[in-house]
Ligand binder design. Sequence first.
Ligand SMILES: *Cc1c(COP(=O)(O)O)cnc(C)c1O
Length: 310
Amino acid sequence: MTNKISTPLYKDEQLSRALGVNLYIKREDLFPIAGGGNKGRKADYILGKCLNEQCTAVVTCGGLQSNHTRATAIKCKELGLKCTIIIHSEQPVDTRGNYKILKLLGVRIVFCSLSDVAEVMDNEMAKFVREGEKPFYIWGGGHCVEGSLAYYDLATEVISQADNVEFDFVFHASGTGTTQAGLHCGFRSYNRDTRVIGISVARDTERGRSAVIDSSIELCSELGLPNALSESVEFDDNFTCGGYEKYSDELLACISEVSISSGLILDPTYTAKAFLGLKHYVDSGTVEKKSNVLFIHTGGLLNFLSSDVI
Ligand SMILES: *Cc1c(COP(=O)(O)O)cnc(C)c1O
């Protein structure tokens, strides 16, 4: 598989000056798949497993503007795999963003209610079997140990790009916990003092944190790493703005400010929440001035473009 893809890493001089820290940006939004983002890197690893198991088709699910379903569907096309996407929402009137790309790709799309997803997924798996395919099941969001592994490896990529920088903090948008588990174990395997702060995009701290811990334990056991690496998970639900795809005036102001001062484009669903969190940690002094801070830009441009904000 194409596991050796790397994305740019650089110190953002404008934002470093504005915040008073050394701010490095890892541009996962530029991961080489249309629309970019962490779901591209996760899909590379997940579909690697699918190919290893000689599967010929994929079934997965997500919301209407899921980056995971878009990245998975594109990768399936690249690899010549059949693909069914289950979307848990009403069929929309307007075709935008990730959904527009799904439609363009011509993959099979099935709409259903959130409560029916598991059953519809099973039905679609069985349907592929009847058609003589060997289907591969992917949880929503690409939530699985291969997804965490992708971000465990990313720590090595960053360390080799950032020669000699010791990161005090890593900030990123955290949803299912997969990405954070990988980053947490990855960065802490280099430096136990690095604090990886997952800023929640939706979940409350209790649920979100326990999901990261579960994924971290699974990752450690997969890699034969000491379980202690999965300790001290930091997940913060103070910047969700009330839930998934919810936003506040402060969040929108943050998107504008960052783009005007540095050219970095954030989105209201994911990355702006992470950046707002980072700003508050700096303002409160939890992140001290002159700290080395890494911001993982996980993508989300299509979420920005398909939203009505700003
Ligand atoms: C899915 C997603 C995340 C969160 O990733 P998880 O692995 O689910 O925590 C963050 N940013 C963007 C842009 C995403 O699409």
